[in-house]
Design a protein around this ligand. Structure first.
Ligand SMILES: *[C@@H]1O[C@H](CO)[C@@H](O)[C@H](O)[C@H]1NC(C)=O
Ligand SMILES: *[C@@H]1O[C@H](CO)[C@@H](O)[C@H](O)[C@H]1NC(C)=O
Ligand SMILES: *[C@@H]1O[C@H](CO)[C@@H](O)[C@H](O)[C@H]1NC(C)=O
Ligand SMILES: *[C@@H]1O[C@H](CO)[C@@H](O)[C@H](O)[C@H]1NC(C)=O
Length: 407
């Protein structure tokens, strides 16, 4: 136990301290050992302090990785003539006249896109919908978080389709809420938000929605209004965005997503020295986190394609979002005047495999970190996925330009 505590607090301290890294780490390690030990002896249940992505990134020579991806990206754009016009043309020429598989059908009968609009079973089909919702909001939920989700859903007007992904298999219980009857419920046990997103939010299925919110269940929405939010992202031309984050407990992982009291919206920030390869690249700009992203229809069409079927945690996706919009540092941003609080509820803690005979939920979580995982195995998997995703991105871009990635 003491050992666990020390690993994690060393990691978490990266978020909190401001001074010399070594000193900070050493002190934190000692505190970690002591606290870990004390907690270890005072609680019978297993307590685990998850580490954060920050020290991990610093350890892995993060800037080099970003630089590599950047090089691959610019090379790919370069090859397509460095001309956004050409790039646009390439996009335009790839519009098949009929979808694959539908070649035998006359175009007039082909319906290649769908939606989540609920229809009644009688009457005139074209009179079924009293409101055609223009926006979609999804939450991956467990019933234990019902209070929080109820509060969140109420911040979204009737112009939103509500889609709940249930990871605990409990769907009918939600009918105690009036809005549940007009929501879409999808149930699959112990899956992550990105697993659902890949399977149930295909761009052709969500095509009618102008904006798509893919949110975690543990967000505090007291100071958030979805209609106002949409006005702002339209006004500022944000294709990918998130509400500003107010620190709750602990500290903010990235400065970019921290709420600024004196702004309506911000698109760039100053990070700690050495974190940004370029002021226009993540995490200084062109960046939002994966906990509460909002995508325009077009941005989502790109992002969906980038989500890997086997990498279910979505780690690394936040840093790659910029490849989907151009210029990314202008079209990705954070809305400060509609903001949220990350409540730090360890929902994923229940989703890992049992460790040492204990149910995963028993591994209680206590942490200052934003990225919460009550389960060490889940956390390891996140890090592994992050590396794999990064590697795949690099290789893909280099393959596209026809030479192998530099080693
Ligand atoms: C882009 O193309 C120009 C001219 O062909 C070349 O000088 C430059 O090195 C290329 N940049 C990259 C990143 O490949
Ligand atoms: C491509 O664009 C970049 C910046 O927009 C510029 O630095 C570079 O020289 C351009 N390359 C070519 C081949 O035009
Ligand atoms: C490329 O297309 C986008 C969207 O259609 C447009 O906003 C942009 O101005 C175009 N770029 C050029 C260089 O034509
Ligand atoms: C829903 O959308 C309509 C049409 O854009 C708008 O007039 C209405 O005010 C919206 N509803 C709310 C609650 O904002």
């Amino acid at each position: 136990m003491a050992k666990l505590g020390s690993i994690s607090c060393r990691a978490c301290s990266g978020l909190v301290g401001k001074k010399n890294v070594t000193v900070r780490f050493t002190i934190a390690t000692i505190i970690g050992i002591v606290v870990g030990f004390l907690i270890g002896i005072s609680f019978p249940t297993k307590l685990c302090f998850p580490s954060s992505v920050i020290p991990y990134i610093e350890d892995r020579n993060w800037v080099t990785t970003q630089a590599l991806l950047n090089h691959a990206l610019t090379s790919a754009r370069n090859r397509s003539g460095n001309n956004s016009n050409d790039f646009n043309d390439t996009l335009k020429t790839y519009v098949p006249t009929k979808p694959r598989g539908a070649e035998r059908l006359p175009p007039g009968i082909i319906v290649s896109e769908s939606d989540f609009h609920l229809h009644r079973l009688w009457g005139n089909p074209d009179e079924d919908l009293t409101i055609k919702q223009k926006y979609l909001v999804t939450f991956a939920v467990g019933y234990d978080q019902k209070k929080n989700i109820d509060a969140a859903v109420k911040k979204f007007s009737e112009n939103f389709t509500i889609l709940l992904f249930h990871y605990d298999g409990r769907t009918s219980e939600w009918d105690e809420f009036e809005w549940s009857k007009r929501a879409i419920h999808v149930s699959a046990r112990r899956q992550t938000k990105w697993w659902y997103a890949k399977r149930f939010l295909h761009p052709d299925i969500v095509a009618p929605y102008e904006y798509i919110f893919i949110w975690d269940e543990d967000l505090g929405v007291e100071h958030f209004n979805a209609e106002e939010y949409i006005k702002l992202i339209k006004k500022h031309g944000l294709e990918i965005s998130q509400p500003g984050l107010m620190p709750n407990r602990g500290s903010i992982t990235w400065r970019m997503t921290e709420r600024r009291g004196d702004h309506e919206v911000h698109k760039e920030t100053k990070e700690r020295p050495g974190r940004c390869f370029d002021p226009h690249t993540p995490p200084c700009a062109a960046f939002v986190e994966i906990m509460a992203p909002v995508f325009s229809r077009d941005a989502w069409r790109c992002v969906w394609h980038m989500i890997q079927n086997d990498l279910v945690h979505g780690w690394g996706l936040d840093f790659a979002l910029r490849t989907c919009v151009e210029p990314a540092h202008e079209k990705i941003g954070v809305v400060d005047s509609q903001w949220i609080v990350h409540q730090v509820i360890p929902s994923l803690a229940n989703q890992g495999q049992a460790v040492n005979g204990k149910k995963p939920g028993e591994a209680r979580v206590c942490s200052l970190c934003w990225l919460l995982f009550g389960n060490v195995q889940v956390e390891e998997r996140c890090h592994k996925e992050w590396r794999m995703f990064q590697k795949r991105m690099e290789i893909a871009y280099y393959m596209e330009i026809g030479f192998p990635p530099p080693t």
